[in-house]
Design a protein around this ligand. Structure first.
Ligand code: 4AD
Ligand code: MG
Length: 432
């Protein structure tokens, strides 16, 4: 029996006869030779069919194959120094598994709406392959990193009664005789976890009814939310920068093929593995923006031009610390000696990608948290359990949330978040 291998392992099988199960992405042929572009979900490479070396039937089949036909190919692996991948297969035998016809995504350029309508097929193309492989590496690294740092993964519910990140961007649904919301964040549950197990992280889909159509907003995205008991801001920032540097390093180490498919500048990425990352206060950020003639005043939130300007002043991701209370959620810890700021930080990614992490120390005093909930006009019945965490052995604690798609978009250097998730959900898109 011929060994079945995956294309990515071709380097270990040079001069061996192997079987590849995959699909045809493109082909060229002349009277004597056919070049088949092949993919199997692990990599892309070329199959060469020489007329004089195969049966007449195999050569005829090769010549008439249509895009995305699935195939089993038997042949010999050779080095191929002309291709980026470095190897090819010289075909000896070829069997069609499933025919294909009129595949809608051809090698020519297509508009973005057309591609999004065909997302279930678009995922097969090499760029999308590279992005999803890198996404997978970042998810794998997340579990590895936090487990090594002594965290446990704790799942938070998707159906909830509370709205931690504000009440305007909620998806509401019927829950028998009650109202429920799709979770905007696992944080409040992660705080319960931190009080139970010390260090936890949640990772799951979160939902925000964002009416804005920007390249940075999805209505469904995946968030990693670590939460740590007995922890203050600086320690949390150090976890954040170690985590981001590890994500970048592992993508460089394990996804060099994918980064090349995306034309990503790896030397640029290497800068982001250097620690520490710079830290500036919000106050200072406002001064920098004003000095650069931005029309902003203390108290304003940053839009994407402001975030881009700020991050452009640094070579690495930058932390902006201690924002005004009015533009951040109720659960944050007020800064000592100031009545207008919280102990919080956003991490802005370089190259114009904006906020990738939001985090803070949490208010851990019962009465003050209760007052903050009341001041926001939130329903105390929904937050009784959350207040309990401040009643039974409360401790200083901190945590943060990384938007996975924001981080992928930056690391892969994409134009828009929609390619960072397999099936994006946006203002006007629920299908496929
Ligand atoms: O800054 P946010 O709203 O913070 C929280 O949800 C906190 N509960 C996190 C915590 O402290 N545990 O969101 C965190 C991150 C942002 O920095 C951004 O990367 C991403 O989530 N994000 C979005 N990503 C895609 N589409 C959207 N609409 C996003 N909104 C936020
Ligand atoms: Mg934020």
């Amino acid at each position: 029996m011929t060994e079945i291998i995956r294309i990515k392992d071709a380097k270990d099988h040079v001069d061996e006869v192997v079987q590849i199960n995959g699909w045809l992405t493109d082909k060229r042929s002349s009277g004597k030779i056919a070049f088949l572009q092949l993919r199997d979900g692990s990599a892309y490479f070329q199959g060469v069919v020489v007329k004089s070396a195969v049966s007449e039937e195999v050569f005829e089949t090769a010549k008439t194959l249509r895009q995305e036909t699935s195939l089993s190919i038997t042949g010999t692996i050779h080095e191929d120094t002309r291709s980026h991948f470095g190897y090819e297969i010289e075909v000896q035998d070829l069997k069609v598994v499933g025919d294909s016809g009129d595949y809608p995504i051809t090698p020519k350029e297509h508009g973005i709406e057309f591609l999004l309508d065909h997302r279930h097929l678009w995922l097969r193309s090499s760029r999308q392959f590279a992005i999803q492989q890198i996404r997978n590496e970042m998810i794998r690294t997340t579990y590895e990193f936090f487990n090594q740092e002594g965290f446990i993964k704790m799942d938070s519910p998707i159906l909830t009664g509370s709205a931690p990140e504000g009440t305007t961007e909620l998806f509401q649904t019927k829950y028998f005789d009650e109202k429920a919301y799709l979770s905007q964040s696992g944080q409040l549950y992660a705080e319960a976890g931190a009080m139970a197990y010390g260090k936890v992280f949640t990772f799951g889909p979160v939902f925000r009814a964002e009416k804005s159509k920007t390249r940075r907003h999805l209505t469904e995205f995946w968030m990693i939310e670590p939460e740590m008991a007995f922890t203050h801001q600086e320690e949390s920032l150090q976890v954040q920068e170690r985590y981001i540097a590890t994500l970048v390093q592992n993508v460089i180490d394990h996804c060099s093929y994918e980064l090349t498919l995306l034309d990503r500048d790896i030397d640029q990425l290497r800068k982001y593995t250097q620690l520490p990352y710079p830290r500036i206060r919000y106050d200072k950020a406002i001064e920098m923006l004003q000095a650069a003639d931005f029309d902003v005043k203390w108290g304003d939130d940053f839009g994407s031009p402001e975030e881009t300007y700020l991050s452009d002043q640094f070579e690495q991701p930058v932390f902006v610390l201690n924002y005004p209370k009015a533009i951040k959620p109720f659960y944050m810890l007020p800064e000592e000696g100031r009545d207008d700021t919280y102990v919080c930080a956003d991490m802005l990614a370089p190259e114009g990608y904006g906020e990738i992490i939001g985090g803070s120390e949490r208010e851990w005093d019962y009465d003050k948290l209760q007052a903050a909930i009341e001041a926001k006009g939130l329903d105390m019945n929904e937050y009784g359990w959350y207040l309990d965490l401040r009643k039974y052995g409360s401790v200083p604690h901190a945590g943060f949330g990384l938007g996975l798609e924001r981080a992928i978009t930056w690391i892969c250097h994409l134009d828009h978040l929609r390619e960072a998730i397999p099936f994006p959900r946006m203002l006007n898109r629920l299908k496929p």
